[in-house]
Design a protein around this ligand. Structure first.
Ligand code: PMP
Length: 396
């Protein structure tokens, strides 16, 4: 037996859940993405997607991707730095910079690689990087890759952030990195307070708009714009894999910072560029969200309806203020069981267990899209209510 096989032969966690019949992962979808999808042979309501604007199945987005595929081919076979820059990459960067009211932007091949390639490049030895303890894994990994001193504060606890900042040298470079919308709990970063602390303690701020883009702010520009703080936030990053109906990510900032990253960020220079189809799809989705405000309005209508209904039915939904609604279960096995029962009854939701949350905070994550109807939301709420009551998680 090889060393690795020897070491991992006892990795039995998934098998245990498989034997119990509640293993929830890697279910195969055989239809187009949308509010209802075909999964493992049956139709389910999709409440587990991050496509908040609902554009992944949009005919215009698909047509734009198809056109780019035919014009440029299937891939770029190189990094942006060398042979992999297309005119549409440059166009998308220009449009994203304008959208975010920043000087310039850079596109990466995933959102994860933005955080992994930008954070360690912005801060190094002698600097400090400070994160909320619920920040996304890609921020955590970006922080780990940096030679800066790594610090964190309790989720959204501004007193704790101040306690951390107080101890640091005034002149040192200090980068605070936060999710604009927290991806599992759906609550927002307290940006106004963070900006105050930035000035008091001489820091910089980077905001991850993965879940804010297409949802918050004028024309879906994100949480920084929602608070009117886009000029106070030094670096904004986002992904194309959620509201922009594609795959890829971007960072936007001032001209000098972007020019530096363009020539040094390792996941940008040493990784192949976004495919033509992915780039064209993101451009089209970016146009649609700006041209169709009613789309975001509808997303908020169904979100507010779902929030009201879950509260009325006595679900514990935490501090969410977004289309991400956490339904707390507070037990890992039951979280998987609820996910399976929901799937069997036609509702797809995501289980969230450690390490994505603390052991006592397990939940199922119910997320809305602009293509959901109120009737579909009501069906989802009713089915989940039945299951949560049966399992003794909420009262009838
Ligand atoms: N940041 C946050 C907050 C995320 O939730 C995610 C993905 N879930 C990412 C970054 C990574 O984005 P991508 O999927 O485009 O790699």
């Amino acid at each position: 037996m090889g060393q690795l096989q020897e070491r991992y032969k006892n990795y039995r966690v998934p098998q245990q859940y498989m034997e119990e019949g509640v293993y929830p992962y890697f279910r195969e979808i055989t239809s187009k993405q949308g509010p209802e999808v075909t999964m493992e042979g049956h139709q389910v309501l999709m409440f587990g997607s991050n496509a908040y604007t609902g554009l992944t199945g949009d005919d215009r987005v698909i047509a734009a991707a198809e056109k780019a595929l035919l014009k440029y081919g299937s891939g770029c076979a190189g990094s942006r730095f060398l042979n992999g820059t297309l005119d549409i990459h440059v166009q998308l960067e220009k449009e994203l910079a304008e959208f975010e009211h920043k000087d310039a932007a850079l596109c990466f091949s995933t959102g994860f690689s933005v955080n992994a390639g930008v954070i360690p490049q912005l801060v190094g030895r002698g600097d400090y990087v400070i994160c909320d303890d619920r920040d996304h894994a890609s921020i955590v990994d970006g922080r780990r890759l940096s030679f800066a001193t790594q610090l964190h504060y309790k989720h959204n606890d501004m007193e704790d952030l101040e306690r951390v900042l107080k101890k640091l040298p005034h002149e040192a470079v200090k980068l605070i990195v936060v999710d604009g919308v927290f991806s599992m709990e759906g609550d927002l970063a307290k940006l106004p307070e963070i900006v105050e602390l930035k000035h008091k303690y001489n820091c910089s701020i980077m905001v991850d708009e993965a879940h804010g883009l297409g949802v918050f702010g004028e024309q879906g520009r994100g949480v920084c714009h929602h608070f009117g703080l886009q000029d106070e936030v030094d670096v904004i990053m986002g992904t194309f894999s959620k509201s922009l109906a594609s795959i890829g990510g971007f960072v936007a900032s001032d001209w000098d910072t972007i020019n530096y990253l363009r020539h040094t960020s390792r996941t940008y220079i040493f990784s192949a560029s976004d495919t033509p189809a992915a780039t064209a799809a993101a451009i089209e989705a970016l146009h649609i969200i700006q041209e169709e405000p009613e789309r975001i309005q509808h997303l908020w209508d169904v979100t507010n309806y779902a929030l009201k209904r879950f509260r009325e039915e006595g679900f514990e939904i935490g501090e969410t203020e977004s289309p991400i609604i956490p339904l707390y279960v507070r037990d890992s096995y039951k979280t998987f069981l609820v996910t399976k029962l929901a799937f069997d009854r036609g509702v797809f939701i995501n289980p969230v267990i450690p390490p994505a949350c603390a052991p006592q905070d397990t939940l199922v994550r119910f997320a809305l899209m602009a293509t959901h109807s109120k009737e579909q939301v009501e069906r989802g709420v009713e089915i989940l209510k039945q299951i949560f009551v049966e399992q003794g998680i909420i009262k009838d």
